[in-house]
Ligand binder design. Sequence first.
Ligand code: URA
Length: 218
Amino acid sequence: MTTRDDVFSELGIGPVWRLREAAPEQTGVAPCTWESLAVAVARCTACKLSATRTQGVLGVGDRNADWLIVGEAPGAEEDAQGEPFVGQAGKLLDAMLASIGLARGNNVYITNVVKSRPPGNRNPEPDEIAACMPYLLAQIELVRPKLILALGRVAAQSLLDTDEAIGRLRGGVHRFRNIPLVVTYHPAYLLRSLTDKARAWEDLCLARRTMQSLAPDS
Ligand code: URA
């Protein structure tokens, strides 16, 4: 079994990856390419999810996007198709993006914290999140988004390195390595909780305002 440190060193990622406030050059993430990343994810055995997944699901969309959308982990349909957010939650995500004038693949890149499907769609466990974090960091390095939208508790807590509840994390603009980060509810949760849809709309408007407030070349 490949250890997390093996994955880290293969991608040139040092042990200080948790320094989310640090500039990229201080985090020890060495340059990697989309091709090497795709191969690394496809071959990854750094956690137990590799034994049950069909395939690793790296991400989809515009690799030079201003918007980076980060979900939790692939579900059954994503595991089968190799693309994030293709199921019911994905349809709602597309509608959420459309509501603020965005579309999958057009200035938007979509990925998950964890690239392999947890069996039975359970939440990813902390060791699985830690093992997969180098891939997300590498994607952030490659895309260099202007804004990150974290969907749901797992994405928000993992990126912000906190145990704070999602209700307390949403509503403000956080920073991930100096990139503005907005938290909203996960679309799969919104499918079950109509009352929080209005709050999600507020979050999307906050994200759009934040993006609009950024200098064009920032
Ligand atoms: N939920 C997620 O968090 N990600 C997906 O890709 C699909 C459902």
